[in-house]
Design a protein around this ligand. Sequence first.
Ligand SMILES: NC(=O)c1ccc[n+]([C@@H]2O[C@H](COP(=O)([O-])OP(=O)(O)OC[C@H]3O[C@@H](n4cnc5c(N)ncnc54)[C@H](OP(=O)(O)O)[C@@H]3O)[C@@H](O)[C@H]2O)c1
Length: 262
Amino acid sequence: MTTPSFQHVLIIGATSGIGDHLARTYHAQGKKVIATGRRAERLAKLKEECPGIATYQFDVTDSFALEKSVKQILKENTNIDTVVMMSGIGGIDIFPEGVDQQAITSQVNTNVIAPMILARVLVPIFKTIETPTNIIFITSGLGYIPLSLWPIYAATKAAVHTFALVLRQQVAETPINIIEIIPPYIDTEFDAHAREKMLKILPNARKPTPLDEYMEDTIKKLEERVDGKPLKEISFGFASMGHKAWRGAFDPIFDQLGISSA
Ligand SMILES: NC(=O)c1ccc[n+]([C@@H]2O[C@H](COP(=O)([O-])OP(=O)(O)OC[C@H]3O[C@@H](n4cnc5c(N)ncnc54)[C@H](OP(=O)(O)O)[C@@H]3O)[C@@H](O)[C@H]2O)c1
């Protein structure tokens, strides 16, 4: 069955950057959008500027709130066909003196544990739906090409890449699509607190890709279908180098093992 374009989309982490852009674009395209985040004033602004968008406020690192909120949202919006796990944090972590325990636990809780809890909530619910549904995880080029300043962040995104890949194999016989978006360095608030520090250490660091340019490409790729299904992974620029190298190396291994769903 051909997957319809995502029509009713829950975006977890839509108060800024990539999630905010996706929410506004999908709303402008006439799709039904539900946006979440911690910052109430940003959610209120989104609602005011995009009439019809529904918003919910919760912190994804509170596992109980995440599970309860997502179940509640799905109960109140039974037509949701796509959930995007956008929320993520990162920082420059130079071991040992530049890293406190909080940096480790908050990145792992936000970037790894929350997507896993979300999947645990979503999969049984989506399995009861006969039409195609989509669970979208956001990793990073750094999950494929780990670089020196981001040991914790790169590891969290590599973990989610592996998790998404294995989850896709587990739901292969269902209409659930597991999609991984792999952004390169994008100009958002994401690293606003760390950009100055990065440029001091790496004065010749790559410039971030403008958000509009990145989103135009990514939203187009989200509409692409192969054999009626969305792309398994969507990457851009620097991230594509790592993604393509990984697929080039691992597809023959999965073929040999007979795992076409990976
Ligand atoms: N920008 C980049 O260079 C880049 C590169 C590769 C991958 N990524 C990934 O892309 C995703 C989006 O990043 P972005 O660039 O758009 O950054 P951003 O502008 O900082 O947006 C992050 C979003 O995540 C939400 N969030 C963070 N922690 C949360 C929590 N504990 N509970 C609920 N929501 C939380 C934020 O909402 P509140 O603060 O309101 O909670 C915000 O909506 C992230 O997963 C990031 O790792 C970004």
